[in-house]
Design a protein around this ligand. Structure first.
Ligand SMILES: [Zn+2]
Length: 154
């Protein structure tokens, strides 16, 4: 039986990692990570309820070794159970999803919202952690760099 963290999110989908499977790495959260994953699942549930469409988690928790293997930065919120990369195909493109969520970050308890990736391979990163600098709260990251706000690809 999968372990439910919220109505539509399980521990299994938040800790699943193709990279961990491929490299034979364990991807177990610590007790502290697990507490943060619970808060992440609650945030994802609020997002799901707001958009009214199934949220697909493409990357959730990454144990330090897994995070390193995917090229994530050491300080990644994924390595602390505070972040998830999502797509919501039933709602729209990642750009449309990020645009819809941007005005609602405070209401939905989204600490940081990032539209990430390149044309044809974009996703939305949501974290429960509010960045120190408010300007970093809602950003777009592409191969061209980082921009403030949610920006369409050129
Ligand atoms: Zn991410």
């Amino acid at each position: 039986m999968p372990t439910k963290l919220s109505t539509h999110f399980t521990l299994e989908e938040l800790t699943r990692s193709a990279t961990a499977d491929r490299l034979g790495l364990a991807n177990w959260p610590t007790a502290d990570d697990l507490k943060r994953l619970q808060a992440t699942a609650d945030m994802l549930q609020r997002i799901r309820d707001t958009l009214g469409s199934a949220v697909v988690v493409t990357s959730g928790y990454r144990a330090p070794a897994v995070n390193k293997a995917v090229g994530g930065v050491t300080s990644s919120d994924h390595a602390r159970g505070q972040a998830a990369d999502i797509v919501v195909p039933g709602y729209g493109t990642p750009y449309q999803v990020a645009k819809a969520l941007a005005p609602l970050v405070s209401v939905l308890g989204i600490g940081q919202l990032i539209l990430e990736g390149v044309k044809g391979k974009q996703w939305v990163h949501v974290s429960t952690r509010v960045p120190e600098r408010p300007v970093n709260r809602v950003i777009t990251i592409t191969d061209a760099g980082t921009q403030v706000g949610i920006q369409a690809l050129a």
